[in-house]
Design a protein around this ligand. Structure first.
Ligand SMILES: NC(=O)c1ccc[n+]([C@@H]2O[C@H](COP(=O)([O-])OP(=O)(O)OC[C@H]3O[C@@H](n4cnc5c(N)ncnc54)[C@H](O)[C@@H]3O)[C@@H](O)[C@H]2O)c1
Ligand SMILES: CCCCCCO
Length: 388
């Protein structure tokens, strides 16, 4: 086995009420002057006051920056950095979905190292950390609480810049499914399919390894049987808990392997057509899986079995057929909007997917299986193709 470079948050607290241990975790880490980075919805929900109130009871005063935006932009990060530098903070607490968590990571980095956010986009890899980040996710989810990435949109070009490196890995993650009961159905479905996509793509990625495979398998087993349940009953505690655990496991999986063609294509789609991240993954997942599967049939068949849609007795071909049917069924039942909902010509969309996949195959670097190129390479290629 070649040497896999695995990295995880130093502290992981997972379970109902974990977010209430923020004060204790800060004390353990020797931190006492946090900036909480969150978003307007969470601020108005009263949850931020609860979090800051818990810290105040522990003698910790926190400032709050809630002016983050969905799909954080360079401009929004710069406002956050200026706000951070007005205080004497020794850490940043990210509280929210992937957008505030990615904002927290970027603010903590720039606030310490300076420079411009664009300086840190791939292929640059930033391993030297900025201020320590403690992540508390409220969607299940992007897995950003346990990944070595932040994704910041360039306001000028709409490019979703992938910024990789150990610097973005939170030192602690408090994974508290009780924060997710308020998620509306659309958000529950889109973030749930996003985390399922992370698990599948981590498992078929050419950079997969036995550790990331284990995390991806656990994530699929947690997410697949609970996604419909949690969309049907938002107060189903067991399903909410499984979805939150699966999202973090899927984040650990792709952070320690990579993702593949769906993500390579969804980032530019998100940038070009402003489709939310989880939705753009969902829209692509069935068709791109069907195109990619022949290049890694056993791996995709393993995904079908882990998701419980195929049994061990079935051959790989049959199992993959069930996987593709299941992914299409999930999109139907969870009412994932089609391309037309985003002003994308449906005929062009259908025609373009095989074109993009074929070009991906042509462009696949020797390091990657030509039909499952790494997301980074695909993002650039796809943006060119789509821009025509
Ligand atoms: N860094 C990574 O590894 C990584 C991975 C995947 C995606 N991302 C990024 O994450 C972002 C998407 O994050 P997201 O899908 O979590 O959505 P989000 O953070 O953009 O939030 C979407 C909406 O849901 C609301 N919300 C959040 N928690 C809620 C709750 N508990 N109840 C009700 N409403 C709630 C938010 O206020 C917001 O209005 C994108 O910018 C994407 O690029 C990052
Ligand atoms: C290579 C990792 C890309 C992370 C994408 C998260 O949506």
């Amino acid at each position: 086995m070649s040497i896999a470079s695995i990295a995880l948050p130093r502290i992981l607290r997972i379970g109902g009420g974990a977010s209430k241990q923020l004060g204790e975790v800060l004390e353990t880490l020797g931190l006492s002057r946090p900036l909480i980075v969150t978003d307007p919805w969470l601020l108005n929900s009263g949850r931020v006051d609860e979090l800051a109130g818990g810290l105040a009871s522990a003698g910790i005063a926190a400032r709050v920056f809630a002016d983050t935006v969905p799909d954080p932009t360079i401009a929004s990060i710069n406002v956050g950095v200026a706000f951070l530098q007005e205080g004497d903070h020794d850490c940043v607490v990210g509280f929210g979905g992937g957008s505030p968590l990615d904002s927290a990571k970027a603010i903590a980095l720039l606030g310490h190292h300076g420079g411009a956010m664009a300086d840190y986009k791939a292929p640059h890899v930033q391993d030297t950390p900025g201020l320590p980040v403690i992540a508390i996710p409220t969607t299940a989810g992007t897995g950003s609480e346990a990944t070595r990435f932040t994704i910041i949109t360039d306001d000028a070009t709409d490019e979703k810049m992938l910024c990789p490196g150990l610097a973005y890995l939170p030192v602690a993650a408090l994974v508290d499914y009780e924060l997710t009961f308020t998620k509306p159905r659309r958000l529950t479905a889109d973030t749930g399919i996003d985390s399922l996509t992370h698990a599948i793509e981590a498992y078929v990625s050419r950079r997969a390894n036995p550790f990331s495979d284990g995390m991806a398998m656990l994530a699929m087993r947690a997410i697949a049987p609970n996604l419909r349940r949690v969309c049907a009953d938002p107060m189903d505690a067991a399903a909410r808990e499984a979805m939150m655990l699966g999202a973090t496991q899927a984040g650990i999986a792709f952070s320690n392997s990579s993702v593949a063609l769906v993500h390579g294509m969804s980032r530019p789609i998100g940038a070009h057509f402003h489709v939310p991240h989880g939705l753009s993954n969902a829209m692509l997942l069935p068709a791109v899986t069907a195109w990619s599967a022949p290049a890694a049939l056993p791996r995709y068949a393993d995904c079908a079995r882990a998701m419980g849609v195929a049994d061990d007795a079935e051959g790989d071909q049959a199992a993959v057929a069930r996987l593709i049917d299941e992914l299409a069924a999930l999109n139907r039942e969870l009412e994932v909007p089609g391309p037309a909902a985003w002003g994308i010509d449906a005929a062009r969309w259908d025609a373009l997917i095989p074109t993009m996949c074929a070009q991906a195959a042509a462009s696949g670097s020797p390091a990657n299986n030509p039909r499952i190129p790494d997301a980074d390479e695909m993002a650039m290629l796809y943006a060119k193709i789509w821009a025509g």
